[in-house]
Design a protein around this ligand. Structure first.
Ligand SMILES: Nc1ncnc2c1ncn2[C@@H]1O[C@H](COP(=O)(O)OP(=O)(O)O)[C@@H](O)[C@H]1O
Ligand SMILES: [Mg+2]
Length: 439
């Protein structure tokens, strides 16, 4: 009964586990670090989705196996109106696949590059939706660590959604993270300084994003990674000249609040106040948060439906055969023999498990989240470099293991006033993350 003949008269077993054959492959809309993102249509429901696929061999080469598994797990935990939610996950011999809500409005980097100026009202609306998503994630004990315009997508109506959980992790106030992960221009000083951090880093990144959206440039720049680090940790924070022509004093105060180097006083991070400080900030005086979260407010900027809101060169690459086009392919039995697999391949096979939102309830891997052991040998890690790019995501390479030992939090640390995290056994070296995970 589940077997249906589709256009290419290939029988598809919709009652079996979800795989690539359940989808028609349509145009490419984005490019990620390990693969592409393309539009797909479910052959039975006819629903359109975004398919993000990751080439296994590339991901192993770049030592990002743990990240991909972590991304898969975190996405299973999340379901929010302003997040790009996961609908299916599966793999074949070559790729791991995420099937996600489709965002046809394009990413904010695309719009930043094209719009002359983004009106303050639009930025305020997006910021409110982003704040709602961040606050939800933080309640789930997830810190995103890579908030930037490239990872914020608009749907057709103009609502923003956070995507790309490739370097996201679970956090605990008891064990601060010290690994450097994210995109440098958006990194909080406590990430760069490796002094230990939790969720407060996302509010800093939001400050950098809002600044960039309002002024079309970032607050911290530098031609080298060192100059950028120095600007973030100790450089002056100066608004552009004639700032009042760009935005209100309330917006300026909001930015100052987020770009506070002291995370204990940073907007959104104050003990006992948290996100309430954001919601009650004068910049949002007229915001009806309940309507906002019910998506009842008309977005001030609606992307052009008649144009492609993405870089069409992604399609060209395949057309010109610069890149291998994605095709359906049956799994080879021999490729599923775990004992004969390379350890990283086996890890992907075992831990990048199938997810189908129509069959599985979302579940949290916290606090029982098993650390995802990296297959990288520790001695390999000591001299390897994090890719020093200031706007691209710093893929946590092997160095992450050396950098990631959770440090003891300062005794008075508590940015949130939330419930206490579960007690860890003494001497436990568990870090609640995969990118930070070491066996
Ligand atoms: N759900 C989606 N709908 C439409 N486009 C998407 C979607 N997810 C990603 N993209 C596009 O693909 C790009 C790369 O995706 P992303 O998840 O950020 O991958 P990476 O982890 O490699 O950066 C995004 O910047 C965006 O332009
Ligand atoms: Mg990305």
């Amino acid at each position: 009964m589940g077997n249906v003949l589709c256009c290419c008269s290939e029988p598809v077993d919709f009652d079996g586990e979800v795989d690539l054959y359940h989808f028609d492959l349509l145009r490419a809309v984005g490019k990620g670090a390990f693969g592409k993102v393309r539009v797909v249509q479910h052959k039975r429901s006819h629903k359109m989705y975004a398919l993000k696929y990751i080439e296994k061999s590339k991901c192993i080469k770049q030592k990002a196996v743990a990240n991909i598994i972590q991304e898969r797990r975190l996405l299973e935990e999340i379901d929010h109106p302003f997040v790009v939610n996961l609908r299916y996950a599966f793999q074949d011999d070559e790729n791991c696949y995420f099937v996600l809500d489709l965002m046809l409005g394009g990413d904010l980097r695309f719009h930043l590059d094209r719009l002359k100026r983004i009106p303050e009202d639009t930025v305020r609306f997006w910021t409110a939706e982003l704040s709602s998503a961040l606050s939800y994630m933080h309640k789930q004990r997830i810190v995103h660590r890579d908030l930037k315009p490239d990872n914020i997508l608009l749907d057709e109506l103009g609502h923003v959604h956070i995507t790309d959980f490739n370097v996201a992790i679970h956090y605990s106030e008891r064990r601060l993270h010290t690994s450097v992960a994210g995109s440098m221009a958006y990194m909080a000083p406590e990430v760069i300084g490796q002094t230990g951090y939790t969720w407060c880093v996302d509010w800093w990144s939001l400050g950098v994003v809002v600044w960039e959206l309002l002024f079309r440039k970032r607050p911290f720049d530098g031609h080298t990674a060192d100059k950028m680090k120095s600007a973030i940790t100790k450089g002056p924070i100066r608004f552009p000249t004639r700032v009042d022509e760009y935005c209100s004093v309330e917006a300026q105060d909001f930015l100052h609040g987020l770009l506070d180097r002291n995370y204990k006083t940073r907007l959104g991070c104050r003990k006992g106040r948290g996100v309430r400080d954001i919601r009650s900030h004068p910049w949002f005086a007229s915001m009806d948060w309940e309507s906002l979260e019910n998506k009842e407010i008309q977005p001030p900027y609606v992307p052009d439906r008649d144009k492609a809101n993405f870089d069409v060169s992604h399609e060209l690459d395949e057309f010109l055969m610069v890149e291998k086009p994605l095709t359906h392919s049956k799994r080879k039995k021999a490729n599923r023999d775990l004992d004969k697999m390379k350890p990283e391949m086996r890890q992907l096979e075992e831990q990048f498990t199938v997810y189908d939102f129509s069959k599985h309830r979302r579940k949290s891997y916290y606090p029982h989240n098993q650390p995802i052991a990296s297959n990288v040998h520790e001695t390999d890690t000591e001299h390897s470099e994090v890719i020093q790019s200031t706007t691209n995501t710093l893929q946590p390479t092997a160095t992450i293991i050396a950098r990631s030992r959770a440090c003891t939090p300062s005794p008075d640390y508590d940015g949130s006033g939330r419930e206490s995290p579960p007690t860890l056994p003494a001497g436990d070296t568990v870090v609640y993350s995969t990118t930070d995970a070491a066996s």
